[in-house]
Design a protein around this ligand. Sequence first.
Ligand code: 2AM
Ligand code: CA
Length: 310
Amino acid sequence: MQQHSALGRVLAVAAAAALTAGDYFKARLAAAKQVKAKSSPADLVTDVDPVCERLIREQILARFPDHDILGEESTESGAEASARAAASRAGSPRLWIVDPLDGTTNFVHRLPLSTVSIAYSERGQVLVGVVYDPYHGEVFYGVRGQGARLAAGAAMRAWADSPGGDPPGERLRASATESLASCILATGFPTRAPSRTLATHAGFILSERVRSMRALGSAALHLAYVAAGRLDGFWEYDLNAWDLAAGVLLVEEAGGIVRGLADGRPYTLTMRDVVVSGHPRVADAIIEALQAIDGGGAAKGGGMANAHGV
Ligand code: 2AM
Ligand code: CA
C-alpha cells in the first residue's frame, strides 16, 4: 500500500476514527444504557451510538473539512428514509459512509459482537473501507486496487498516529471453498416481521445443505469474516449503505464475490439486499436457494421489495 498517497491519508483517518469509536463503546458494554426503539421494537439505538458517530465525524472533519458524511445516527430512521439518504448522497465526490456501532442489538444485550464500519467513496465508488472489532482488537481494512488486510488494533493505532511506511497487517483472502457441504454461511434477521420470516425460512432451507450457519448480529463483521475466509458466504435483506460499504470493499479486495440478491447485479451504494461469498458457486447456490422460496419472489425482489416498500 502506498502510505503517502491521498488514499493512505484517508485510510489513516478512517482507522484512527474507527479505533476511537470502537474502544469507546467497548468500554461501555457492561454499563447501563438508555435504549430507544427506532423504526420498530427490533431496531434499537442507545445513547452510546450518537456519541460514537460524533467522535468519528470530528476526526474526519478535522482532517477533511469539505468532505460529506452519511452516518446512521444523522439519518432519519427507517428503511425508506435510509434508502433515500443513500440515493441522494451516492454520487458525492467525496463521501464517508459511517456506521459508528454495527450490531446495536448485541450491544444492548451485552453480547461482545459489534463493529465500527467506515467507508470512503468518490462518486459512488468505495475506495477505502475499515471494519474494527474492538472486542477482538481486529482492524480489517482495504484500499481499492491494493488488497485487504487484517491488523491488530494497537499496531494500526501506531501506524495511523504517524503514518510512515506500509500499514501493518496480513493480507486477507476470501474462501476458495466451492462445495456447500463444506461451507459455513451467515445471515442476519431483518428488523421487520414479514422480511424476517422470509429470511429465516431461507436460512432453514440452506441450513440443510451446508456445514453450519451463523448469525452474529453485525453485517459488517460478517462481511469482514467473508473477506478473511472465516465465513464462506453471507446474505442479508434490507441492509443500509453504512452496514455494507466498508465490508463490501473488503470482500472485493480479498478476491470474493458481491452481488445483489434480486438479480445478481453489481454492488452500488444504494443496494440493500446482498449476497457475498469467497467462491462464485457459493453465491450462485445461495441465490438459487432463495429463488426457490416464495415462488422466486424473495430473490427476484417481488416479495421482499413489497414487504419493505422500497
Ligand atoms: P445496526 O446494529 O447498526 O443497526 C443485523 O442483522 C444487521 O442489521 C446489523 O448490521 C444491524 O445494524 C442491521 N440493522 C439493524 N436494524 C436495521 C434496520 N432498521 N435497517 C437495516 N439494517 C438494520
Ligand atoms: Ca449502527
